[in-house]
Design a protein around this ligand. Structure first.
Ligand code: ZN
Length: 302
């Protein structure tokens, strides 16, 4: 086939996007949302390694290259992935989408349960700023992100703008149905006291009417000190039955230490950022389903 000159000119005008937009995402959940928006068009590199903690990571050279070559970087913000802040300073602002800055998000501060508020380490927690960055655990926020990603990708690749918008709308409908499904799974767990490993579940508790009575680590998932552990044990020994959850990408040695002398039942490990799930479009739903199953199972056993 012979290309007409006008068609050749059109191809030359957007050479970088000949294969669709090339994105980079910091966490598996953001990668999953981006994959749903892109569909068959373009690609998204995941910057966080399998099983790595979103709060504490660093870029390997191959990941730094992926960042440098991306048309658009999807960043959860300094409150969640502070290790990206410096590398992103070398990129033009129009190549970064700061997801914590998107308009229309529901935001709330970290959980201020009695135990956290009493802790000597509470001041360190304030260094993270007032907003809890685990925004995706409210499905409404994930839907806001889908549309924000679609808008930016459509601007990068206008020829496929309507496809990206349709993909985002279809993904939003799936997440609305997921919201109902997870709410049904968790309906029997509303009264169960939950003790969680780090202060990540405030949006999940808000969206699904759950009762978090304590967090072991603070919002940045740093290990608790001896004073905090002693304080938690003293308070939880008075607190009655509740469910205590490890996290899948953190050492679990602390869990039996916390539970000793209390009526806490130890539940399955939670994976709030989907770090151990196979990356892809389905990861976001599997992440929320996994949390719901673990909480409902422990509630049913209490
Ligand atoms: Zn976290």
């Amino acid at each position: 086939m012979v290309l007409r000159p006008a068609l050749i000119a059109a191809c030359l005008a957007t050479p970088a996007l000949a294969e669709g937009p090339h994105l980079a995402a910091d966490t598996p959940v953001v990668h999953s949302l981006a994959a749903q928006v892109l569909g068959d068009l373009g690609t998204t590199d995941l910057l966080l390694d399998h099983g790595a903690d979103p709060h504490h990571a660093q870029l390997r050279p191959s990941q730094a290259r992926a960042l440098a070559e991306a048309d658009l970087v999807l960043w959860s913000g300094a409150g969640l992935t502070p290790w990206l802040e410096t590398p992103l300073q070398t990129l033009a602002g129009d190549r970064v989408l700061g997801l914590d800055q998107v308009a229309g998000l529901y935001r709330q501060p970290f959980q201020s349960d009695t135990l956290t508020a009493l802790s000597d380490e509470h001041a360190a927690h304030d260094d993270h700023g007032p907003t809890d960055p685990h925004l995706w655990l409210d499905p409404q926020n994930a839907i806001v992100w889908l549309h924000a990603i679609a808008d930016r990708v459509a601007a990068l690749d206008p020829a496929h703008a309507s496809t990206y918008q349709q993909n985002a709308s279809a993904a939003a409908a799936r997440i609305a149905a997921l919201h109902d499904e997870v709410a049904a799974t968790l309906a029997p767990a509303h009264a169960t006291g939950l003790v969680v490993f780090h202060d990540a579940y405030g949006y999940f508790a808000h969206a699904f009417d759950l009762r978090i009575v304590a967090t072991i680590s603070l919002g940045d998932a740093s290990p608790p000190g001896a004073a905090r552990i002693a304080q938690l044990r003293a308070a939880l020994s008075q607190a009655g039955p509740a469910c205590l959850f490890p996290e899948s990408n953190h050492p679990s040695r602390i869990i039996p230490v916390i539970a000793e002398g209390t009526q806490l039942r130890i539940g399955a490990a939670l994976d709030p950022a989907g770090t151990l799930i196979d990356p892809g479009p389905g990861l976001y739903a599997e992440t929320l389903r996994g949390l719901a199953r673990a909480i409902a199972d422990c509630a049913a056993a209490s």
